[in-house]
Write a protein that binds this ligand. Structure first.
Ligand SMILES: Cc1cc2nc3c(=O)[nH]c(=O)nc-3n(C[C@H](O)[C@H](O)[C@H](O)COP(=O)(O)OP(=O)(O)OC[C@H]3O[C@@H](n4cnc5c(N)ncnc54)[C@H](O)[C@@H]3O)c2cc1C
Length: 485
């Protein structure tokens, strides 16, 4: 496996980018492709570690040492086949995954871990370049019909798996294009949308039917779908945006991050026109929220020509390295900087926004903050307290609320008596809701999460559905599949 001591011969290679000055001129992806030789060297850094913790770090159970070894040997097509065994869409995770597998890589105990995500992306891109990724329609059809609501990564993964199993799959999407947050949340500079289109094209050729501009719960009810289909799978995401209910929240200039990001994605796709109130040009922008969405707002504001960008995070600044209570192989809660952060933003930690300030016309002109700290109270619980005399006023014209999502919308389930929890999430057992004809997967079931989890949930739900319909299944999931031969 790998090259004996390859990890001591070659340093870790991280993805390289073109200069900030060049890349912020447009919304295109900006990574620089390494040579095959360099990627093969990276594959050879994978040690024969015995117990590959990366398998369990990855929600998909990707067979990482196997594809690393194939790449090291220059067997790219074999590497692709290994990768596709567990992951329907490595082109999404290879670009966007925070890579929990790398956090769990055994080499990471003593050295920088293997560049697993970089290797993954280069395998799948080589597959597309060489025409190795071709439609793979099922040999025969089962006669069973499945409706999937929502076309994000969970719905797409489930659709492809269930279609592989021979069922007729129809995907219903309320937006005009397929992809969910991949298309309308994540900016093009992280994921160009032709990357989604080429995969959809393959899935259509495999026989998956996509129906856009149809909102279930509005044009068609879930009860109607139940009459026409054997199973309905909810993959509608967790789309209720978290608000900041403080004084001044109604001022013009206080905008939800998703409204801002979706607008720009539509503009890039020539499906929308610029709107002044959703544009950062010449504005002092404050992004509230330090996660992925906040970072995407920064990169988008930079490209739109913002005058200044400040980013608030309520949590304290994390340490650069793992702390004692956060050891390997757990996810490291360390300081992370995205490519967008490097493009120009002023990051502030331990800051809480208390009030939005506006003028007589109802337009945002600034906001008021305090510094906060987390203390342990006498009951031993963590508590957020404001620091005395830390009040500060910040001038700004645009505030972007990147505070995450509270849960799924309830519209789609209107009229049904499916059991839900306090966050509107359907209560499931093996992905089946309290109605045995309705399943759920992805952010809709687990709450806001990651692409890799959405793909994993879609695959696991497909496994359970196929097993229910056919009595047995040959679909593979993380824990229940044949080993790669
Ligand atoms: C700005 C942003 C950036 C992100 N960046 C990353 C990242 O870099 N890496 C990462 O791993 N994760 C990232 N995420 C998270 C990731 O995008 C989600 O976890 C993932 O897309 C969830 O997939 P899903 O299929 O469950 O739902 P979604 O992608 O939300 O898709 C749900 C789909 O259902 C459709 N729908 C909803 N209701 C109905 C209805 N009634 N009828 C018909 N259609 C309906 C919606 O229109 C949508 O297309 C990001 C999220 C955001 C918001």
């Amino acid at each position: 496996m790998g090259k004996l001591k390859g990890f001591s011969e070659f340093d870790r290679l991280d993805e390289k980018y073109i200069s900030v000055k060049s890349r912020i001129k447009n919304f295109r992806e900006f990574t620089v492709k390494p040579s095959d030789k360099k990627i093969q060297e990276q594959g050879s850094r994978c040690m024969d570690c015995g117990v590959p913790f990366c398998h369990s770090g990855c929600p998909l159970g990707n067979l990482i040492p196997d594809f690393n070894d194939a790449v090291h040997e220059g067997k790219w097509e074999e590497a692709l086949s290994i990768l596709h065994t567990t992951n329907n869409f490595p082109e999404f995770t290879g670009r966007l995954c925070p890579a929990p597998c790398e956090a769990a890589c055994v080499l990471g105990i003593i050295n920088p871990p293997v560049s697993i995500e970089l290797i993954e992306k280069n395998i799948v891109e080589k597959g597309f370049e060489n025409g190795w990724i071709q439609p793979n329609p099922p040999e025969k059809r089962t006669g069973k019909k499945i409706a999937i609501i929502g076309s994000g990564p969970a719905g797409l993964a489930a659709a492809q798996q269930l279609n592989f199993a021979g069922h007729l799959v129809e995907v219903y999407e309320r937006d005009s294009k397929i992809g969910g947050l991949l298309r309308y949340g994540i900016p093009d500079f992280k994921l160009e949308k032709n990357v989604i289109d080429r995969r959809i094209d393959i899935m259509q050729k495999e026989g998956v039917i996509f129906k856009t501009n149809i909102e279930i719960g509005k044009q068609i009810t879930i009860e109607q779908l139940k009459k026409e289909f054997d199973i309905v799978l909810l993959c509608t995401g967790a789309t209720i945006k978290r608000n900041l209910p403080i004084k001044g929240q109604e001022l013009s200039g206080v905008i939800q991050a998703m409204d801002f990001l979706k607008k720009q994605n539509l503009v890039v796709d020539s499906l929308g026109t610029k709107e002044e109130h959703l544009n950062a040009k010449n504005k002092n922008v404050i992004v509230i929220g330090g996660g992925d969405t906040g970072s995407d707002c920064i990169g988008t504001s930079v490209r739109q020509g913002a005058k200044s960008i400040t980013n608030f995070e309520i949590m304290p600044k994390p340490s650069k390295t793992r702390t004692k209570d956060n050891p390997w192989p757990y996810w490291p809660f360390t300081l992370k900087s995205s490519s967008s952060h490097d493009e120009g933003s002023n990051r502030k930690w331990s800051i809480m926004t208390k009030e939005f300030i506006g003028n007589k016309e109802g337009k945002l002109t600034g906001l008021k903050t305090v510094e906060v700290e987390w203390i342990t109270n006498p009951e031993g619980e963590k508590e957020l307290v404001e620091k005395q005399n830390s009040e500060k006023i910040w001038d700004c014209d645009l505030v972007l609320l990147a505070l995450g999502f509270t849960g799924p919308e309830d519209k789609v389930l209107a009229g049904s008596d499916i059991k839900i929890d306090s966050f509107n999430k359907p209560i499931t057992s093996k992905y089946m809701t309290s109605d045995n004809q309705i399943f759920a997967a992805g952010d809709n079931r687990r709450g806001q999460s990651l692409i890799v989890w959405a793909i994993s949930e879609g695959r696991e739900a497909a496994y359970e559905i196929d097993k229910l319909l056919m009595g047995a299944t040959s679909l593979r999931t993380k824990l229940k599949g044949d080993l790669v031969k």
